[in-house]
Design a binder for this molecule. Structure first.
Ligand code: BTN
Length: 243
């Protein structure tokens, strides 16, 4: 079922409200604009009317809770495939799940997990894509340079086709996840990893900085960073920039 709004505070918040009221898996909330679109780490996701895709999906993964971080990777792979399929542009994933075109951010995902009243896992996956966004409407200052499908391709894209494609790929990947486990997701994710063999700067949640070279993603969804002394450090949470 798809719930459509002209304007809403945040599609993730509405999807969470619906999931708590018992909405089934793959219930979708989509809005033309958001008043208080949320990004990761408490940031704002600028959501001007009509030019972006702002959508959230309720997932109810039938996997042990220790595998829930993989849903973040799965949602990113599904979004990358959908955006690439609809635009023809090369899409890479920057850990944990920003979508990049030539190192500029075109989309971001916000995954929020919780346990339902009956103890089952629920993950709300929100996707924001700068679709037909002009340079003037992109946020002026971001941690990572921003772009849109319009800017990169010179063509307008159809939000609805993009949403359909994402839901289709999400359904396909959830089936693979529940039947074959995490390995196929990791393999697909690694093929699109924007950070492998690149010099990185990571700011950890405690404010500490880390410099090294991207060495892929681990089975638990953490980022692997190779340090100067050759040791590989696993990063569970942090903000990554290139250089
Ligand atoms: C990020 O890059 O920090 C994640 C951005 C996620 C934005 C989307 S837009 C639809 C959904 N609703 C929200 O409030 N946030 C997500």
């Amino acid at each position: 079922m798809i719930h459509r709004f002209e304007n809403i505070a945040s599609t993730n918040d509405e999807a969470r409200r619906l999931s708590r009221a018992g909405a089934e898996a793959f219930t979708v909330v989509v809005a033309d604009s958001q008043q208080a679109g949320r990004g990761r780490n408490g940031r704002l996701w600028v959501s001007p009317a009509g030019v972006g895709l702002y959508a959230s999906v309720v997932l109810r993964p039938h996997v042990a809770t220790e595998f829930l971080p993989s849903v973040t990777l799965l949602a990113g792979v599904a979004a990358a495939e959908a955006v690439m399929g609809c635009s023809g542009l090369p899409i890479m994933i920057k850990w944990p799940n920003d979508l990049l075109i030539y190192d500029r951010k075109v989309a971001g995902l916000l995954c929020e997990a919780e346990l339902s009243a009956s103890g089952d896992s629920v993950v709300i996956v929100g996707l924001g894509v700068n679709v037909n966004t002009s340079e003037a409407l992109l946020p002026a200052r971001t941690r990572f340079p921003a772009t849109s499908l319009l800017i990169e391709s010179g063509k307008h894209s159809d939000h609805e086709a993009l949403l359909d494609a994402w839901i289709g790929r999400l359904r396909a990947w959830m089936t693979i996840f529940e039947t074959q486990g995490v390995e196929p997701i990791l393999a697909a994710w690694r093929q699109r990893d924007a950070l492998t063999d690149r010099k990185l700067h990571v700011v950890l949640p405690n404010g500490e900085g880390l410099r090294g070279v991207g060495a892929g993603v681990a089975g638990d969804g953490s980022l692997l960073v190779k340090m100067d002394d050759g040791a590989v450090q696993s990063v569970i949470a942090g903000e990554v920039s290139l250089g």
